[in-house]
Design a protein around this ligand. Structure first.
Ligand code: NDP
Length: 324
């Protein structure tokens, strides 16, 4: 038996409970992974609350780091003792040990610490598709990124700086503003205190940004459409404040022939070749020091509920992980 965090019913952070689980022999194409760290992402709170329904009981978590301890039949790409990580599931990361398809794993290049890797895979791969696949971000562009001091946010700011693009970031506190600025945000707006943040974004971008990256959802989605220049792209990729409202297509016409997308990471890295490309580009930028992974908060496995409560109360900055 190994220790894991289980969800038996959906609800608040208190439904995350430590329990014992059995790990079977790895099946065809699987390996057994002894984990040293796992990422805590906002998406895990949606699995817990039921916003993204999943069969129960469930072990949440979609990213982790560890050592391969046993190979299932047919696995030739890895060997026992390999140091590996994953950033696109499958779900089941909040655990000491687990089974996982070898195809979900990549080897960790030397020089990266386990905690750093647990803090960068799901968020870093997300930033990869936001700036390299969904839309290829160019140095000439000015874009808006909501919650710029969050886990995805701090990586986004640094990746955009490496590209040479101008980022306007929103944050809710002065401390977060400093972190976003240090990560490469050219302009930072406190959207909690600045009621006219839309006007400020339009002024700073000479009439509108080319892309809005919105992981906040409900509270900012409609106003964000007014931050775009004609034919701009609205990317709503998360629900930190609740899901974005329904929208009549004609609204996009009225606001300047806008484009709207609601992407998810899985659809951008489902092909192994794309997954490997994304990981290689991320490892390269982190290895060169162009992106520093800021693990703002680390918790023990049994403190997962505490981690979720902090994430949902906007008390965190950068990445959040469980050290196992
Ligand atoms: P963050 O670390 O960014 O935390 C969320 C942040 O959202 C908070 O720190 C807070 O920043 C801001 N926020 C604004 N309003 C609220 C609210 N009412 N309650 C809580 N937070 C609020 O989380 P992650 O980096 O893990 O994820 C960021 C977003 O990206 C999430 O929405 C997540 O679901 C999404 N995501 C989507 C993916 C996809 O492929 N579609 C993949 C990965 C992440 P502040 O205090 O500055 O406002």
């Amino acid at each position: 038996m190994v220790k894991a965090i289980l969800i038996h019913e959906t609800g608040g952070p208190e439904v995350l409970r430590l329990g014992d689980v059995t790990v079977d022999k790895p099946g065809e194409g699987q390996v057994r992974l002894r984990q040293t760290a796992a990422g805590v992402n906002f998406v895990d709170t949606y699995s817990r609350s039921g916003l993204y329904p999943a069969p129960l009981p469930l072990i949440p978590g979609r990213e982790g780091v560890g050592i391969v301890s046993e190979l299932g039949p047919g696995v030739t790409s890895l060997k026992v003792g390999d140091r590996v990580c994953y950033g696109n599931g499958p779900i089941g990361g909040y655990t000491e040990e687990r089974l996982i398809p070898a195809a979900s794993l990549v080897k960790i290049p030397p020089g990266l610490k386990d905690e750093q890797v647990a803090g960068m895979m799901l968020r870093g791969l997300t930033v990869w598709y936001l700036v390299r696949a969904m839309h290829v971000l160019k140095p000439s562009e000015t874009v808006l990124f909501h919650a710029a001091a969050g886990g995805v946010g701090l990586i986004f700011c640094q990746w955009a700086r490496a590209i040479g693009a101008t980022v306007i970031g929103t944050v809710s506190t002065e401390e977060k503003a400093k972190q976003a600025r240090d990560a490469g945000c050219t302009h930072v707006i406190n959207y909690r205190t600045e009621k006219n943040w839309v006007t400020q974004v339009r002024d700073l971008s000479n009439g509108g940004v080319s892309v809005v990256y919105d992981g906040v959802g409900k509270d900012v989605f409609m106003d964000s459409l007014d931050c775009l220049k004609p034919r701009g792209l609205m990317c709503t990729f998360g629900n930190a404040s609740g899901p974005a409202p329904a929208l009549e297509p004609v609204v996009l016409n009225n606001k300047g022939s806008l484009f709207l997308t609601r992407p998810k990471l899985g659809d951008y890295v489902s092909e192994r070749a794309d997954y490997e490309t994304a990981c290689a580009e991320l490892f390269d930028l982190v290895g060169k020091g162009k992106i520093k992974i800021d693990v703002g908060q680390s918790y023990a496995l049994e403190q997962a509920a505490h981690a979720h409560a902090d994430l949902e109360s906007r008390r965190t900055t950068g990445s959040t992980i469980l050290v196992i």
